[in-house]
Design a protein around this ligand. Sequence first.
Ligand code: AVI
Length: 316
Amino acid sequence: MSFSFTDFPADRDDLRSDVLAGLAAVPKAIPPKYFYDEQGCRLFEAICAQPEYALCRTERALMAARLPAIAAAVGPVDCIVEPGAGECAKVRLLLDALRPAHLVCLDIAGAPLAAAAQALSRDYPELAVTALGMDFIHDLEAAAPHLPAGRRLVYYPGSSIGNFPPDAAADLLGRFRRLAGAEGRLLIGFDLKKDPLRLHAAYNDAAGVTAAFNLNLLHRLNRELGADFEPGRFRHYAFYNPVAGRVEMHLVSLAEQDVRVAGQRFHFALGETLHTEHSYKFGCDEFSALARSAGWQLANEWQHDGFAVQLYGSIV
Ligand code: AVI
């Protein structure tokens, strides 16, 4: 069994500057990557278990049902690279089917990643596991020296690509391509456009878990930046915008109020929004055009109940 963990804490020191810049912007906004402190990771896992939020279950069902075809299409790989690996749960199916020698998993939440990757390495004694606690959105290139030579598969499941605006998504896909190398492949899962009421319900679950996930951001800022947000004075507000093809998530101020964050004062008008997340939904052709703009050539695609998985190789 081989396991290593490297933390890149400097990459995560941007919280203060990103939040201060985001609160000074019009409209106010905070990047969604800051949802994922330890409590945020737990709440996201709980979202995935909500009856209204089918995304994770649907992707798992698709992967399980189509695994032999997916493995055959991917072909032999030496190394799987998983950005945003979280609990390292999704990759297990692929490890069973592809049997690579090496797994490199990356996540901004370093401590939970280290624990999950170490547990995984106990279950796969033949596998060399490298865990990198890093903000790969900011500095994916820092992962390159940790990748072994050989044929690489970048695995990016869970429709995480939908949390980026189209330009940033294309940029990230291009960086995945450079990380994968000329022989490399990309297996990516994304949520499809569908009935807007279904999408609306998925981000407004009856148990209020998504609301707690959204509001947890304010608790995090109170704890880590000495802010004085009163989460009870903000409303979780999420809706599907069919023109833009995305779910938008906001925290709307329920009062006129001032908030102090890292020693600076910010004013919220009654009804003013703090934007926290976009979750883009795609058509299959729309997504493959986006990937193509980043140098990826579509090789295969599988769909199930409003979710798609696509396999890419480099355009030669
Ligand atoms: C991680 N990401 C793909 C989730 C999504 O659906 O955009 C995050 C999430 N936000 C609210 N619910 C789930």
